[in-house]
Design a binder for this molecule. Structure first.
Ligand code: NDP
Ligand code: MG
Length: 396
């Protein structure tokens, strides 16, 4: 039997990281953990190292690295601890690594994910912000290195499963009319509009169907998550924004659909548990057990659909506009959103002000071409400065 595949999990202490390790642990003959990274939850990272015995662990800085290294030695482990972005890039591109789970949240994941792409690794992409920020450059790098890019986002993994294998020839060429991107509508789908100004971070993070990290939970509540996913779908499947339609489907059982020109519509269904897309991407093109319970259609009984309301969810409109503008607009949208979501979680702004910040940032800064990574980070930095200026004028 061939050796187990060596897997690096970037963002191991997060929701996706932990689900990934759960799937990996079910298949020790197929997968071995090569490296794990954490950022603030370092005692959890230590426990994960004890459980999965990686070759490397990565933490944000040298002091934390020394502490973890001592703790690992005391636990009798030979795991080596690296620090910072450099450490992340090293474990993402190490020649021994077969696949990298990119599950750091936000722009912080871009460089390590690109390091894995440039090294030609199999990429399991959860970190949608990385692709949203740098779409053209990211996809160019994938083509150049021949890296296999597999979507972890449940919707994109569903679309991937419903697409013909040769979809890279272009949607028109393979008979695809539209991508139908499903959205639960989040916790505020039916909240009276006037109450949205008074919702708390806890309410925003209480997603009806999925258990996720705090940033993506707020994005789901504002539907910016669906906006980022629209941009993500355009890059992954070479679609125009007009070819991606958002469909509210509150049960989160259909994870997305592909509409073909002959009238066939293919969908992927399953319980809302990220271990399904993770197992799908890890084993692709094979299938493995994920630990997810079988779908009980009789218990679900009905599936509902409705059109999204962009007055309730202005972030969706802003993301569609950024998708259409292209160039630096998605990176600015993403960066302004990251600042706004952090401010909302810190109770510095009210929920509807997330959209106000993003709208202002996008209106103040002209869209420019982004020909290299430096230009992406410049756009990101400009948006962060403008968003902070908004906060110092209006925030608490
Ligand atoms: P979490 O907040 O649960 O986890 C984020 C991970 O990133 C943690 O390991 C965290 O470390 C680490 N991290 C945070 N900031 C930094 C930084 N500046 N540098 C390095 N590492 C950092 O998020 P999720 O797991 O929910 O989401 C991860 C990604 O996957 C996001 O891009 C999200 O959009 C995407 N995704 C998530 C889904 C889900 O169901 N959760 C579904 C689809 C996509 P620590 O915890 O130690 O601080
Ligand atoms: Mg998703």
């Amino acid at each position: 039997m061939s050796r187990p595949q060596q897997i690096t999990v970037l963002g191991a202490t997060g929701s996706i990281g932990l689900s990934t390790l759960d799937v990996i642990a079910r298949h020790p003959e197929r997968y071995q953990v090569f490296a794990l990274s954490g950022f603030t939850r370092l005692s959890e990272l230590l426990a994960l190292c004890v459980r999965h015995t990686p070759k490397f662990a990565v933490v944000p800085e040298a002091g934390a690295a020394r502490t973890l290294q001592d703790d690992l030695r005391a636990a009798g482990l030979s795991t080596r601890v690296l620090a910072g972005e450099e450490g992340l890039c090293q474990v993402a591109s190490d020649p021994e690594v077969d696949a990298v789970m990119a599950a750091i949240v936000g722009a912080a994941g871009l460089r390590p994910t690109l390091a894995a792409v440039d090294a030609g690794k199999k990429i399991l992409l959860a970190n949608k912000e990385a692709l949203v920020m740098s779409g053209t450059l990211f996809m160019q790098a994938v083509r150049k290195s021949g890296s296999v890019l597999l979507p972890i986002d449940s919707e994109h993994n569903a679309i991937f499963q419903c697409m013909p294998q040769d979809f890279a020839r272009g949607l028109g060429a393979v008979g695809v009319r539209r991508i139908l991107l499903t959205a639960s509508g989040g916790p505020f789908r039916q909240t009276p509009m006037a109450e949205l100004a008074h919702v708390s971070p806890e309410q925003a993070c209480a997603h009806p169907n999925w258990s996720m990290g705090r940033k993506i939970s707020v994005d789901s509540a504002s539907m910016m998550n669906k906006g980022l996913e629209l941009i993500e779908a355009c890059w992954l499947f070479d679609a125009k924004p007009s070819q991606v339609e958002v469909v509210i489907h509150p049960q989160s059982v259909i994870h997305s659909l592909v509409d073909y020109i002959d009238g066939s519509v293919l969908a992927q269904l399953g319980n809302p548990d990220m271990r399904t897309p993770i197992a799908n991407a890890l084993a692709w093109p094979e299938r493995i057990d994920s630990g997810v319970a079988p779908l009980d259609l009789f218990a679900i009984a009905r599936l509902d659909f409705q059109a999204p309301d962009e007055d309730r969810f202005p972030c969706l409109r802003l993301a569609r506009q950024a998708a259409e503008a292209g160039n630096s607009a998605p990176a600015m949208l993403n960066a302004a959103n990251e600042v706004a979501v952090a401010a909302f979680l810190d109770r510095r702004i009210r929920f509807p002000q997330i959209a106000s910040i993003i709208e202002e940032v996008l209106s103040l800064e002209p869209v420019v071409a982004v020909d290299d990574l430096e230009a992406v980070f410049t756009a990101d930095a400009k948006a962060r400065v403008l968003a902070e200026q908004w906060l110092s004028r209006h925030g608490r």
